[in-house]
Design a binder for this molecule. Structure first.
Ligand SMILES: Cc1cc2nc3c(=O)[nH]c(=O)nc-3n(C[C@H](O)[C@H](O)[C@H](O)COP(=O)(O)O)c2cc1C
Length: 202
């Protein structure tokens, strides 16, 4: 890939426009058994760091989880809490069909209540979640640009995730995101029509 200098930093020239990256990203739930390169991990961290945040407070914290036993624990914390669903989940985890156990890396995205409280109730209930979401979306797009797949997992038991990582009380897990090379890329799910989702007020 070609490089050019900008503001003292070497930037890699893209071949895809940002909009191409946005539109071609898919939620990946099947992964190859292949590690994420260290260089790509560094890029994901930068994408997380440079996202906007309310008042630049950055009320967020991210855990990059690599060990298989921890990823299995996270897989156990995700999804439907019913007994049948949990048994199905345990089977999928054991055979590597669960994205959280199959991907070589899982990012646990948390909001930081201690930082967010500077903006009171709105800080914790609204801004901190948006701070986390902005970082995650940046990260998922950079991952896709580097050929990596991700899926945003919002359905999980917060206490079980907190226990799996021994999270301090001021961190609330908001999303789990497996990261790895895609094993299967699904067809794009439908989007609402432009006029349904946007009202142009001119
Ligand atoms: C807040 C949020 C929560 C989500 N939770 C889950 C989840 O628990 N499990 C899952 O498989 N996908 C989850 N997804 C992924 C969506 O299903 C996916 O983004 C949507 O179907 C559109 O597909 P695409 O990402 O390929 O465009 C979540 C996405 C978001 C933004």
């Amino acid at each position: 890939m070609a490089t050019c200098e900008g503001a003292g930093t070497a930037y890699r020239m893209r071949t895809m426009s940002v909009l191409d990256v946005v539109k071609s990203r898919r939620s990946i739930r099947v992964y190859q058994d292949r590690p994420v390169p260290e260089e790509a991990i560094g890029d994901l961290i930068e994408a997380i760091r440079w996202a906007p945040s309310a008042g630049n407070l950055q009320s967020r914290k991210f855990y990059f989880v690599f060990p298989q036993d921890r990823r299995f624990a996270l897989a156990g914390a995700a999804g439907n809490p019913g007994l049948a669903a949990r048994m199905k989940k345990a089977f999928k985890t054991a055979v590597g069909w669960d994205p959280l156990s199959a991907a070589p890396l899982v990012i646990v995205a948390c909001l930081d209540r201690r930082i967010a409280e500077r903006y009171g109730e709105r800080g914790e209930r609204l801004y901190a979640i948006q701070d986390v979401a902005a970082s995650l979306m940046n990260m998922m797009l950079v991952a896709h640009d580097r050929g990596l797949g991700t899926v945003w997992i919002g359905s999980f038991d917060e206490d079980a995730v907190a226990k799996a990582l021994d999270l301090p009380g001021h961190l609330r897990p908001v999303a789990l995101v497996p990261v790895g090379y895609p094993g299967q890329v699904p067809a794009p799910p439908q989007r609402m029509a432009r006029e349904q989702i946007v009202e142009l007020v001119r």
